[in-house]
Design a protein. Structure first.
Lengths: 253, 263
């Protein structure tokens, strides 16, 4: 059985201009410990889909199952990382931010801080445990957010373009750190991005989505050994393939 | 730059501003354009102030005023803060109290003094209630705005981590609203000072810094009036810079939720 099953998920937005389809009949599945990237241009419904997976939106039709259970609302089986740096709580230190989920679970202070510190070590920020978010750079804040989403040990990590607002050099460094984190934790990850190179670097498999309405256009398994070299011929071939899927759809539109 | 160095610089800047204002006043007082009894020189005011401090009368006046101020302010915070938060959280509470606040808020608190004197007589009760009236609305409105302006992303992130009910309220909504809540404190303190001195002028008997000013008018004691004003200014400065300043430094400044002015 698949760990995550997305089956015929449809969501329609009611706007003043009428009903706008967000995503339509989206289906795919994930094995445990798989790293899946969802790639598409703005408006293809990839963030909508992630919000449905996170439980912030309810689909109009179809269902999502995680570990066999139908998703309704949010739950501690999923950890979420947003694009916006402001997702951290400014009134909590990095350590206290990471410990938040465990605190909500009722884990005693000493124990949760021990776990939180381990998570910070995983993203190489243990030295900044006592820093407040406004003293950290954007890349560091996103690493704290990743540690925070992992701290309460969810089955799945959902990530919505977490590095999109970073400069190119920092973004590449973050991708390497995330690849390391994934190798060590073996979490199932669903990672939304519009960056094709990022998807090829990180993913086991890439789901390409096309807009109006948001549907799955193609699924491309990335069969490259890790760590991946973004300058290798094979890497560039995969990028070309993904770009071809994305531009074909633009020509049709 | 160390915090202590910044502190010293901030004190130095305050002293320079105050000294410049004092020098300007002194120049005016000594210009001979005004009668010395009405515009006393600063040394004369200082002598009067010292005498009133030494015989204990000024301390007693200040103690009465502070008692009324803090009592009224305490009531205002005890009512305005939770009510404002509830208004921000629950539609029904907002619908019920917002029209009431909108009608009562524009009425100057001092306009109520004669009414309150009829109801509660001259003395502490009336003054405290006037302070309460004046300080409640800024507290209420800022708490209400604060709760509504909590970043929705924090609520989402907290919800995703299983926060709800009490935990969500105390650990996310209240700290998230804290810049507004502290602004509410600040405005409440300012309004409370205006109200307490005004109410004492009209409704106090024999004690209070406002009463001193009013009473001194009868005898053309401008030096006593100015001495009392100086005490009010000093206490106000203490509340604004020391009390509210420390609360800010310990919370929203430390968290980067507001920034100190640059240069």
């Amino acid at each position: 059985m698949h760990q995550i099953e997305v089956r015929d998920v449809t969501l329609v937005y009611d706007t003043p201009a009428g009903r706008v389809p967000g995503v339509q009949d989206v289906s795919f599945s994930l094995e445990a410990s798989e790293f899946l990237c969802i790639v598409g241009r703005s408006g293809c419904g990839k963030t909508t889909l992630l919000n449905i997976l996170a439980g912030f939106l309810a689909p109009a039709a179809g269902e999502i199952r995680i570990g066999g259970k139908v998703v309704t609302g949010h739950g501690l089986d999923r950890g979420i990382v947003f694009q916006d740096f402001a997702q951290l709580f400014p009134w909590r230190t990095a350590l206290e931010n990471v410990a938040f989920g465990l605190e909500m679970k009722g884990v005693p202070k000493a124990e949760r801080e021990g776990i939180a510190l381990k998570q910070l070590q995983l993203v190489k920020l243990e030295k900044f445990a006592q820093s407040y978010p406004h003293h950290l750079s954007g890349g560091m804040q996103q690493r704290v957010a990743i540690a925070r989403a992992l701290a309460y040990n969810p089955a799945v990590l959902l990530m919505d373009e977490p590095f999109a607002a970073l400069d190119a050099l920092t973004r590449e460094e973050m991708q390497r750190i995330l690849a390391d984190v994934w190798r060590e934790t073996r979490k199932t990850v669903i990672y939304v991005t519009h960056n094709v190179a990022e998807a090829v670097f990180l993913a086991d498999r890439v789901v390409v989505m096309t807009p109006h309405p948001g549907t799955v256009k193609a699924q491309v398994p990335i069969r490259l050994p890790r760590p991946r070299d973004p300058l290798s011929i094979e890497f560039l071939e995969y990028q070309k393939e993904l770009l071809r899927h994305l531009t074909e759809q633009a020509a049709e539109a | 730059m160390k915090a202590s160095g910044q502190r010293a610089r901030s004190i130095r800047r305050a002293v320079v501003t105050l000294a410049a204002a004092a020098a300007l006043y002194e120049l005016m007082a000594r210009s001979g354009l005004f009668p010395a009894a009405l515009v006393p020189t600063l040394p004369a005011v200082a002598r009067t102030l010292t005498a009133m401090l030494l015989d204990g009368s000024m301390l007693r006046h200040a103690a009465y005023t502070l008692y009324r101020l803090l009592f009224g302010l305490g009531l205002a915070i005890a009512v305005g803060l939770p009510l404002g938060i509830l208004m921000g959280r629950f539609r029904a509470v907002e619908h019920f109290f917002l029209p009431l606040a909108s009608v009562l808020m524009p009425i100057p608190s001092l306009a109520w003094v004669p009414v309150f004197i009829l109801w509660f007589g001259i003395g502490d009760t009336t003054t405290i209630l006037i302070v309460f009236y004046a300080a409640t609305f800024p507290m209420l409105l800022n708490a209400w705005s604060g709760v509504r302006s909590v970043n929705p992303l924090w609520l989402r992130a907290a919800g995703a981590m299983g926060a709800q009910g009490q935990a969500l309220f105390w650990k996310v909504i209240i700290p998230g609203a804290s810049p507004f809540i502290i602004t509410g404190f600040r405005q409440a303190v300012l309004r409370a000072w205006i109200a307490v001195v005004g109410a004492e002028i009209i409704a106090a008997s024999a004690w209070g810094l406002g009463w001193v000013i009013f009473d001194a008018k009868e005898f053309l004691n401008a030096d006593v009036m100015l001495a009392s004003l100086a005490v009010i200014g000093g206490l106000g400065f203490f509340f604004e810079r020391v009390v509210l300043g420390s609360i800010e430094r310990a919370t929203i400044l430390r968290w980067g939720m507001v920034r100190a002015a640059k240069n």
